[in-house]
Design a protein around this ligand. Structure first.
Ligand code: HEM
Length: 431
């Protein structure tokens, strides 16, 4: 018999979660959970206890289970505990009635309304604008030969894109950029305060909705933007209150912003760390072949996606999940990042394979809350990565991977900064 290796963690010893090391690479810990405790009650850094679901099959089941409510009223903990879940500031700013906090039938009604305004056609028509924004941002640093891709590229692109789409006038978009920056800092720093940023956005959006409602009454005809579309959708027989409209605009901004920052950031980071895969994609793009770009975006979402954990769910009744008893009122968090590396579902799950075909990843969720903005996210992700790799062909990481700092938030996974170097090039002709 061999003596046990003192360096090998005992299978009964759970790995440390939510440390800085974990943030840098959570995948070994998730592999342990998947194998040894696939549905595990865990104390989160906030002190709230929740069930973490890490296997693909259980994750899909949980995301589609109507007994798991999105409405925080079903949370069993004290009012004190409840304050620690959800988006900071949304409760006090009266923004709770958005898609990610409600169940059918309210969810069905609101989702139908927003789907009427957020159409695939509207997203497709937006493609030239996203291309232009992307080129302008690259023009801002391409002659320098170095950049921080998070602050100069991944962060501004989605905020300007969603502002344009909602109909926020260009002159106000830098305010949004500031508020979004405050949200990203998660309340830290001299001008921090997620709750303060949320309140300012709320006040601005309420005012904008009022103005657009006035314009819609006088103008008629085609909706120029998403907020006007939302107002019009509600005018066609279905009811969208002023508060619901503000909460909807807010969740579109909130859900569509940091996620896309992290798709571009995590995606570029993964490509820089996998030179053979990156060269394969660059060759395909140079040959005018976009097919690999399509599978690449999905693979990057699976391999190191922006949404590490799906948003909160609460058991409305006692139930069994992955063989584990979950009590009524218990919070459940589905770990998308763990499910998307489950070897029971994905061949070679820890390998980045940009041409992966069988890839039903959960990066956009599953079931009735499946990401509403997926077509816009795909458009932004495709445009950003294709333009970066084409315009800055020798793009490379500046500094060692272990120097990179990851954000410590619970739901999202993303880098604080991504310093890069490249041979300087002139701005685009259009710029
Ligand atoms: C790469 C970027 C994105 C990723 C990875 C992503 C991921 C997700 C995920 C995982 C969910 C489901 C959460 C859950 O069930 O707990 C979701 C929902 C949602 N997403 Fe996205 N998202 C992205 C971009 C966007 C964009 C650009 C928008 C809008 C402009 C958006 C709007 C929404 C909305 C409104 C929901 C709630 C849908 C509902 O509850 O019915 N997302 N997203």
């Amino acid at each position: 018999m061999h003596a046990p290796n003192p360096d090998t963690p005992h299978p009964d010893t759970p790995p440390a979660l939510f440390t800085w090391e974990f943030a840098a690479d959570p995948y070994p810990a998730y592999a342990w959970l998947r194998e040894h405790a696939p549905v595990r009650r865990t104390e989160l850094p906030s002190g709230v206890e929740a069930w973490l679901v890490t296997r693909y099959a259980d994750a899909r089941e949980a995301l589609a289970d109507p007994r798991l409510s999105k409405n925080p009223v079903h949370h069993s903990e004290s009012a004190h505990g409840k304050g620690k879940i959800g988006i900071p500031g949304e409760r006090s700013a009266n923004l709770m009635t958005h898609l990610l906090n409600i169940d059918p039938p309210d969810h069905t009604r609101l989702r139908r309304l927003v789907s009427k305004a957020f159409t695939p056609r509207r997203v497709a028509e937006f493609a030239p604008r996203v291309e232009r924004l992307t080129d302008d941002l690259i023009d801002g640093f391409c002659e320098r030969g170095s950049a921080d891709l998070i602050h100069e590229f991944a962060f501004p692109l989605p905020i300007y894109a969603i502002c344009d789409m909602l109909g926020v006038p260009r002159e106000d978009q830098d305010d949004f950029r500031d508020w979004a920056g405050m949200m990203l800092r998660h309340g830290k720093g001299p001008r921090g305060g997620v709750a303060r940023a949320v309140k300012r956005m709320r006040a601005y959006l309420a005012d904008l909705i009022d103005r657009k409602r006035g314009e819609a009454e006088t103008a008629g005809g085609e909706d120029r933007d998403l907020i006007s579309g939302l107002i019009r959708a509600s005018d066609h027989g279905e009811h969208l209150t002023a508060n619901e409209a503000a909460a909807m605009a807010f969740i579109l901004l909130f859900a569509g912003f940091e996620t896309t920052v992290n798709l571009i950031g995590n995606g570029t980071h993964a490509l820089l760390r996998h030179p053979a895969e990156r060269a394969r994609l660059q060759d395909a793009l140079a040959a005018g072949d976009d097919a690999l770009l399509t599978t690449a975006i999905e693979e990057l979402l699976r391999f190191d996606g922006p949404v590490e954990l799906a948003t909160w769910r609460f058991a409305t009744t006692d139930l069994t999940l992955g063989g584990q008893h979950v009590g009524q009122g218990d919070p459940v968090l589905v770990v998308l990042a763990a499910a998307d590396r489950d070897p029971r579902r994905f061949a070679g799950p820890d390998t980045l394979d940009l041409a992966r075909r069988d890839n039903p990843h959960l990066g956009y969720g599953h079931g009735i809350h499946y990401c509403l903005g997926a077509p816009l996210a795909r458009l932004e992700g495709r445009t950003a990565l294709a333009k970066l790799l084409t315009r800055l062909p020798d793009l490379r990481a500046a500094g060692a991977p272990e120097e990179l700092r990851w954000r410590g938030g619970l739901i999202m996974r993303g880098l604080r900064e991504l310093p890069v170097e490249f041979t300087p090039v002139p701005p685009s002709a259009a710029g």
